[in-house]
Ligand binder design. Sequence first.
Ligand SMILES: Nc1nc2c(c(=O)[nH]1)N[C@H]1C(S)=C(S)[C@@H](COP(=O)(O)O)O[C@H]1N2
Ligand SMILES: [Mo]
Length: 530
Amino acid sequence: MRRRPDPTARARRPGRGRPPRRPEVPPTALRGLLAGLLSGGLTLGVGTLLASFVTRSADPVLGVGQEFIARTPEWLKEWAIRQFGQSDKAVLLGSLYATLVVLFAVVGLVAVRWLRAALVLVAVLGAAAIGATAHRPDATALSWVPSTVGTLAGAAALVLLVRAVRRGAAGGRGTRSLSRRSVLFGAVAGTAAVTAGAGTVVNRSHSVAATRAGIRLPAPASPAAALPAGVDPTEGITPYVTSAKDFYRVDTALSVPQVDVSTWSLRIHGMVEREVTVTFEDLLGEDLHERWMTMTCVSNEVGGNLAGNARWLGVPLTTLLDRAGIADGADMLFSTSVDGFTVSTPLAEATDGRDSMIAIGMDGEPLTDVHGFPARMIVPGLYGFVSACKWITDVEVTRFDAKTAYWTDRGWAPQAPIKTATRIDVPASFAKVASGRTVPVAGVAWAQTRGISRVEVSVDDGEWVEATLVPTVNPSTWVQWTYAWDGAEPGNHTVRARATDGTGQLQTQDVVKPIPDGSSGWPSKFFTVT
Ligand SMILES: Nc1nc2c(c(=O)[nH]1)N[C@H]1C(S)=C(S)[C@@H](COP(=O)(O)O)O[C@H]1N2
Ligand SMILES: [Mo]
């Protein structure tokens, strides 16, 4: 068969016609680099597609990323959260892809000279991905398959592409070898794109959005208190109710679990008289309680915003625990989520009459995927990492001396009741306030289950004066407070605040960091009267 000569190709071929362009970058190296990127892309595409049928964490990139999160030292994690806040996961994924691009490029560059060495590199990278994906706590028996097949496909593609590049470089059979090379490169690129695209489509089909929209939550047998009049008294104060979209998110999940409710269940076992397993249908059929509860993350710094208040709907924890029958000697609930994250909760606190629940709803709607769909634990008064297990699927009744949970293994306390805290929302940091008027000062304070009895404010180290508390629905939610300061002289000022809980205990002034069991200290704001 005769083909039309390709004029551009001929011009590019070295040793004929015009001299090669940019002699400092040999075309063989560039083609090798491209071969590395395309075969790496094929590995990821095949890996994503196969993982979409196995489980999300079997995806080579997500598996490696999750393993990275699990092994990140505490200081690096703190730094990343401080630098990137809630986009820390996007930053991690971005860095991972950037690293892979560099690694694949290096593999390709090496391959045109030393194919075997490059294949050893590929094998090492593949082994890392296989190890990471197979080692995930939610790994299935097939979790090793996507990275294995992906690596083999990538290695095969690399060999084919590099051979084609070498043939071309050796002067080969002219246009014919060049066109075969283009076809090969195109085929690998196309397969990488198609597999990656198909994997994305299959993953999207696992999304819980449609199921969620179809769920009708029953009316609670025991409804939440109505909101008192007078909440949200001041412009700029934290709204009493945090909307689901504004609710802080903290978890270790690189991709948000999309749990299939039709196969999901919650198992309660361990030191119990009889094991109890409930489905989502079962939970919908229980007597549901609805309660306001402010959740707080132990990582919240003084003045920070890792706290939110919502109306939670769920099955009282004691309903399920009583059915299972707790054995003597148990002192801990060890919860596990579908992605393998674990939480230790003190049994005594969880069952002392506070409104602990397996929640299925938030503000009248099913939980969103990021907040734990289809079910999570809620225990008022305990930081999230020792209570609020999202995507919960297993509760083992056990003992603190028998098991330790995810964060405890990383230096955080095994038990952590929420410390009394207050936050100044108004004035904003470094605000400029016009003189000649009273300066509104306002914020929220929380001491879940103990409640807040008093908030005091002091400007420029002056006398402590009592703020006005807005009525709240129960002692497990935060309390809004306001104060009008009318001694405003032009110049710089500092306002401080401190709260007293329902037992009469003033919050400690000791400044401590969040690790291991929560920050403390009095907040302050610096502002200027102009
Ligand atoms: N499965 C799972 N549940 C989890 C976590 C997690 O990483 N994984 N983080 C916990 C922490 S530290 C907190 S503060 C709360 C946060 O819940 P939210 O994201 O709904 O605000 O969830 C808790 N439950
Ligand atoms: Mo947290």
